[in-house]
Design a protein around this ligand. Structure first.
Ligand code: GLU
Length: 305
């Protein structure tokens, strides 16, 4: 494969629990795609949603990645240190008339006849977009969207098209509790880290048009995207902390890496199942085939890891 000198990929776990098989798949896919392009692979700890951070989880994730033999480039970027950057981006959007204060409570949005959004939430009907009515104060900050088509070609999932106004509505950049929203932070940090390629789980496919819109509003470059299939349980739910996916065990790193590679369509020789991580990586780096990754948004695991 041709070496792209400017390839910069990243893995961006949230420390809301330990690393599990689903997040390992995203780590393995983004890592091998970066290395196959002769690129860099950066690590970003998305410890922004402080109420959801679990004490010790961030250090646990780093320790697990190390035990599994991942080698990242440069220091870890901690979102908890990036408050000023997110605030500056929001200020720019407000100054440009693109972001506005919103007084609506969740209940008011639900009662306003709003329809479901692409991500399962409620599309914001725009109640505050022309200013707050008298006596109301802003709780959250939202980004103005329009109904133009936002589309991109995902390297795995193909063409993705959204019309943000009908599909999500003006979306939150800073929440009523003062925290910056994931969408803003990820756009700011992908630009800050000069990420050329985002490789992550397809559970984030529906978020990507919002991130592209933010990139356009802020004058950022848009990376290439590849959304990997996500592992789901027998009920079709994504493996996550919420569905109680078990934490990865450091002692079985080689075998678990083989399972992650297998999940990503790689034909790993059977004898590597009992090999240490270094041997599995040596094979994976030499044989990684992006073309072999299943082009599906989710794959059920017959047996939970
Ligand atoms: N922090 C997000 C997660 O753990 C991933 C964000 C991203 O890759 O853009 O699901």
């Amino acid at each position: 494969m041709a070496v792209v000198a400017t390839y910069r990929g990243r893995f961006a776990p949230s420390p809301s629990g330990p690393l599990h098989f689903g997040s390992l798949v995203a780590a393995v896919g983004s890592y091998l795609d970066a290395r196959a392009h002769g690129g860099e692979w950066l690590l970003r700890m998305e410890d922004l949603d402080t109420p959801r951070n679990v004490p010790g989880a961030a250090d646990g994730i780093l320790a697990t990645l190390e035990a599994y033999g991942f080698e990242w480039d440069g220091p870890v970027l901690w979102q908890s240190t990036r408050f000023a950057a997110y605030a500056a981006a929001l200020e720019r959007l407000i100054a440009a008339g693109l972001a506005y204060g919103c007084a609506c409570s969740r209940k008011e949005i639900a009662d306003s006849g709003s329809h479901p959004a692409v991500d399962g939430g409620l599309a914001y009907p725009g109640s505050c977009r022309n200013g707050l009515s008298a006596g109301r104060t802003a709780r959250a900050w939202r980004l103005r969207v329009n109904d133009d088509e936002i589309s991109f070609i995902d390297r795995l999932q193909g063409s993705v098209v959204q019309h943000l106004e009908s599909d999500v509505g003006d979306f939150v950049l800073r929440r009523a509790d003062g925290l910056f929203a994931y969408q803003l932070a990820v756009a700011v940090d992908d630009e800050f880290q000069a990420i050329s390629d985002v490789v992550r789980g397809a559970d984030l496919l529906a978020s990507t048009p919002r991130q592209i819109w933010l990139q356009r509003c802020l004058g950022y470059a848009t990376p290439r995207y590849a959304h990997l299939p996500v592992a789901s349980n027998a009920a079709g739910e994504k493996l996550s902390k919420q569905t109680l996916a078990p934490a990865l065990e450091a002692g079985q790193a080689g075998a678990t890496l083989v399972r992650a590679l297998d999940f990503l369509g790689q034909r790993v020789p059977a004898q590597l199942t009992t090999a240490p991580p270094a041997e599995v990586w040596a094979w994976a780096l030499a044989h990684w085939s992006f073309a072999a990754i299943p082009r599906r948004p989710s794959i059920p695991l017959a047996i939970l890891p």
